[in-house]
Design a protein around this ligand. Structure first.
Ligand code: SF4
Length: 322
């Protein structure tokens, strides 16, 4: 028995949020890159991080994927170019077609649903308001479904108050899929109060994965001393999970891997909630649990807010090729 194993470790009860981690859109996007690598061989170009997770991106790079921010970085090539789960503006698809690139669209079907809603509203003569975060790739993609200036971005309740519109009658709104449910509800309430005839989505735009992961965190946060969210800082749904935990009363830290854990925050913690954003693989959660097990005598309990059995078929271009 070595000296370390003789030192008694403090107890730590971990409440593991369920569901957590990969959603169906992320699984589909990663599978699309892997299938493309199998079918066409390396390299396969991917516009933007396929999902917002460094671990996933590095693993795909090692298999032969080349990540670019813009199509201009892709040479004229017969190799496929995959569009990320966040979706792309129409101008990107048009540029790929003009250059005869083999484009494969891995946009999550739930993001595509929002794109189609925005298009239908526009066709029916409605001004489209998009509730979302400026600069997020999904927001850029959704705004890019309509001509420049046709979509008005609304980021906050204050933005609703400041809106100046020529026509306040023919309005519709859509939302980013990965918002905080509570924040978006406040913004939508402000919109419907100010514009009582505004038309909303037939079925909620915030996706099932965002909803379920936030519900699990809300359930766990009041029961623990702190919450650890596994995910990337540029992942919208991971950031929202951190916010939801904090608003539910638990200090929360967002980490990409075990190396980023600030152990000074966990000295007095005896109950810990753990969740993961929709783009964070389970292997990272397992590594982090392992890191806690090295320092604490852990017991683990799963707290479930919903069962998930959603899956999406691969993009059409890859389904056809066997
Ligand atoms: S978080 Fe939701 S919208 Fe985004 S990829 Fe996952 S299922 Fe699709």
């Amino acid at each position: 028995m070595n000296a370390q194993s003789r030192i008694e470790k403090p107890p730590l009860k971990i409440l593991l949020c369920s569901p957590r981690g990969f959603c169906a859109g992320v699984v589909r996007a990663i599978d699309a890159v892997e299938r493309a690598l199998t079918v066409y061989g390396a390299p396969v170009y991917v516009r933007h991080e396929i999902v917002h997770n460094r671990y996933v991106v590095e693993a795909l790079k090692a298999k032969g994927a080349i990540f670019v921010e813009e199509l201009g970085e892709v040479p004229d090539t017969p190799a496929p170019v995959i569009f990320s789960a966040h979706g792309v503006p129409k101008s990107v698809s048009a540029e790929a077609a003009e250059r005869n690139l083999l484009a494969i669209d891995a946009t999550c079907p739930l993001v595509t649903k929002v794109h189609r809603e925005a298009e239908i509203h526009h066709r029916r003569g409605r001004r489209v308001l998009l509730v979302g975060h400026a600069g997020h790739p999904e927001v850029v993609g959704t705004m890019g479904q309509l001509p420049d200036g046709a979509v008005v971005l609304v980021e906050s309740v204050a933005d609703v108050g400041a809106l100046t519109l020529d026509d306040e009658q023919d309005l519709a709104y859509v939302t980013q899929t990965t918002l905080s449910l509570d924040d978006s509800q406040e913004i939508v309430e402000a919109l419907t109060q100010r514009f009582p005839t505004i038309i909303g989505p037939y079925k909620e735009d915030i996706c099932y994965a965002t909803t379920n992961r936030q519900a699990a965190v809300k359930r766990v946060a009041p029961l623990v001393d702190a919450v650890l969210v596994v995910g990337s800082p540029n992942s919208s749904n991971s950031q929202r999970l951190r916010e939801v935990a904090e608003r539910s009363g638990a200090p929360a830290q967002l980490v990409q891997s075990r190396n980023e854990i600030d152990w000074s925050l966990f000295g007095a913690v005896r109950t810990l909630g753990i969740t993961a954003g929709a783009s964070a693989p389970e292997v990272l959660v397992e590594e982090i649990m392992g890191a806690f097990a090295e320092r604490f005598d852990i017991t683990v309990e799963t707290v479930s807010a919903a069962d998930e059995n959603v899956s999406f078929p691969l993009p059409r271009e890859l389904r056809a090729v066997v």
